[in-house]
Design a protein around this ligand. Structure first.
Ligand SMILES: C[S@@+](CC[C@H](N)C(=O)[O-])C[C@H]1O[C@@H](n2cnc3c(N)ncnc32)[C@H](O)[C@@H]1O
Length: 276
């Protein structure tokens, strides 16, 4: 593994996460009480716009019950559980962070979805799956941590069936340098932002045709402004996962969006039937 992967793993190390989650979730009921993906959304949807972003992306990608979906960089598994619970599809998550994967498995048991949703530890640049296995690949707020974008999109293309769909929701660069620390990188050495146009070109070069491409920066600005004016954050929240500085990381992302340093891209692509 590269130094970049080590830096990213350190950023998302989250030692003792499952124990912290157990404590934080006790406010929702006893350990044996089944939880819903909606109850967990304030802490397990680790991206701008929260659950609404996952719901919108799934709709745009046309997910249905008979599909096998891969969530690359699945975090603690909120998007994967939401898709399985909403559409009845099978979902596999893969993530670099072992504590995140352990926490994802724990939360999946708590939601009674372990029969439909599984998680593995692994790299997006070396996905531990056979070629052509999935109908849909989801990538939400992960590409910013990956320098080798050509390798990332090639690997996603490899595990998709011909005609399969790749749905991405990411932070993109706009004008000027972002303020750090940020939710995916406290320092710039593990942050690899690209513009929306460069992202599209890199994906198309990996053997995809574009189906949808939308700028969600204004919706994200409104979301962050509403968060700021609502005062106290919802409880439990992503501070349980990322630590007490999460409020500052999140504030900086909002500030960068409001200053047009960063933007939010939602896009869906179709895997070409050949790599040409
Ligand atoms: C901001 S979180 C997003 C998690 C999830 N997609 C979500 O939206 O809730 C970014 C995730 O990407 C994972 N990640 C970053 N680089 C990765 C890589 N090279 N391979 C696999 N996972 C990676 C991190 O471990 C982290 O869980």
């Amino acid at each position: 593994m590269t130094d970049i992967a080590d830096g990213v793993r350190d950023h998302y190390l989250a030692n003792g996460l499952t124990e912290r989650l157990k404590t934080a979730l006790s406010v929702l009921g006893p350990e044996d009480q089944r939880l819903t993906p909606e109850q967990l959304a304030s802490l397990d949807q680790f991206h701008t716009l929260g659950l609404a972003a996952t719901a919108g992306l799934a709709k745009l990608a046309g997910i249905s019950a008979d599909m096998s979906v891969l969530d690359v960089g699945s975090g603690i598994g909120g998007p994967a559980r939401f898709l399985a619970a909403t559409y009845g599809c099978r979902v596999t998550g893969v993530d670099l962070s072992k504590p995140f994967v352990d926490a994802a498995r724990y939360l999946t048991e708590r939601t009674g979805l372990s029969g439909q949703v599984t998680f593995e530890t692994g790299s997006a640049l070396e996905l531990p799956f056979d070629a052509g296995r999935f109908d849909v690949v989801l990538l939400q707020h992960v590409a910013m941590n990956i320098a080798d974008r050509a390798g990332l999109y090639r690997e996603i293309r490899r595990v998709l069936k011909p005609g399969g769909r790749f749905a991405t929701f990411d932070v993109v660069s706009k004008e000027g340098k972002p303020h750090y620390p940020l939710p995916w990188a406290r320092t710039p050495d593990i942050s690899f932002l690209m513009t929306a146009t460069a992202t599209r070109e890199a994906i198309e070069q990996a053997g995809f045709h574009m189906l949808a491409f939308q700028d969600d920066s204004e919706a994200a600005k409104a979301w962050f402004s509403a968060l700021r004016s609502s005062g106290a954050p919802p409880s439990p929240n992503l501070g349980v996962v990322m630590g007490p500085d999460f409020a500052q990381l999140s504030f900086n992302l909002g500030r960068n969006l409001l200053e047009d340093r960063l933007g939010i891209l939602t896009a869906v692509f179709e895997a070409a039937s050949t790599n040409s």
